[in-house]
Design a protein around this ligand. Structure first.
Ligand SMILES: Nc1ncnc2c1ncn2[C@@H]1O[C@H](COP(=O)(O)OP(=O)(O)OP(=O)(O)O)[C@@H](O)[C@H]1O
Ligand SMILES: [Mg+2]
Length: 277
């Protein structure tokens, strides 16, 4: 091989080796950057989870405490009504216990911790929600009908599904103010699923709003058009309901028409009755 050719080849080899080395360095640097970005993104995700847990907790605790404060104020105005005072104390104890359970459960959910599911009676879930609600529906002209078979059981994190039911029931009540109407909570089962259904005869939802109701912070409950005594909405109730039901591997759906009431259905896995054989 002529001297020049050999020289040219070894020069080429050297430049290939140099290029490889620089590519290795570049790769190592990119890997380091990638690691740093991943850790940053995990920290941001943890912060986002914490933010959403805080928002959920504030929303749910507000659902419990606002009516309780009104109820306690009523008792304070009627100091001689011992029965009322007893009821207020009973609700206070229950709702405080419930608030503590909600906080634990929502924080665990935000941390991505798997929570223990329990097999519970559907009727007990529904009754617990009505026990925590302070204002009597009858006083707002709302007739309540509960149609749930005693034997139906579902596998869930009870405090979470109770929160879903509470949000749906509070929305139904809002939709029927101030005129009143009928609220029905029922459960229908097939072999594998239970459908928990909350329906009302309230104002219904326009097709335009129906597309948005599960979006966080979407609300139509703004101050000026609200019936006297009702609060404005924060628009997070249904977004949380969907998140909870999704975490249970279930599904939440809605059927509604403007002026014709609304029906929300939560589909969950059923616990089948024991085979008597
Ligand atoms: N049963 C219902 N009847 C009519 N409209 C409803 C019903 N349920 C929900 N909506 C509509 O969906 C919107 C979003 O509901 P969501 O529960 O998420 O928020 P909100 O009730 O406005 O406020 P909050 O966060 O305090 O619950 C409501 O503002 C309302 O327009
Ligand atoms: Mg709501």
């Amino acid at each position: 091989m002529p001297y020049n050719g050999l020289y040219a080849r070894s020069g080429l080899l050297a430049s290939i080796i140099e290029r490889r080395l620089s590519l290795h360095q570049c790769l190592a640097q990119k890997e380091e950057e990638n690691r740093a970005l991943k850790s940053q993104s995990m920290q941001l995700q943890a912060l986002a989870n914490l933010g959403s847990a805080t928002c959920m907790i504030a929303h749910e605790i507000n659902n419990l405490l606002t009516p309780l404060a009104n109820y306690a104020a009523l008792a304070a105005q009627n100091p001689d009504d011992k029965k009322l005072a007893e009821k207020v104390l009973d609700k206070t104890v229950r709702n405080c216990q419930r608030a503590s359970k909600i906080m634990q459960s929502m924080l665990a959910m935000a941390n991505g911790q798997k929570q223990k599911r329990e097999t519970v009676s559907v009727k007990a879930l529904v009754e617990e929600v009505f026990t925590c609600l302070c204002r009597d529906f009858g006083k707002d002209g709302i007739r309540v009908e509960i149609r749930v078979d005693d034997a139906l059981e579902v596998s869930c994190v009870p405090v979470q599904i109770e929160q879903v039911l509470m949000n749906l029931i509070l929305n139904a009540r809002d939709a029927m103010l101030p005129g009143g109407g009928a609220l029905r909570v029922s459960a229908v089962a097939d072999t594998d699923h239970i459908d928990l259904v909350v329906s009302d005869t309230g104002c219904g939802i326009t097709p335009e709003n129906l597309k948005n109701i599960f979006r966080p912070f979407f609300t139509t409950k703004t101050g000026k058009d609200r019936p006297a005594g009702s609060d404005s909405g924060s628009g997070v109730g249904l977004a949380f309901c969907r998140r909870i039901v999704d975490a249970h591997g279930g599904e939440i759906t809605v059927q509604s028409q403007s002026g014709q009431g609304s029906t929300f259905t939560i589909r969950l896995l059923r616990v089948p009755p024991l085979d008597p054989r």
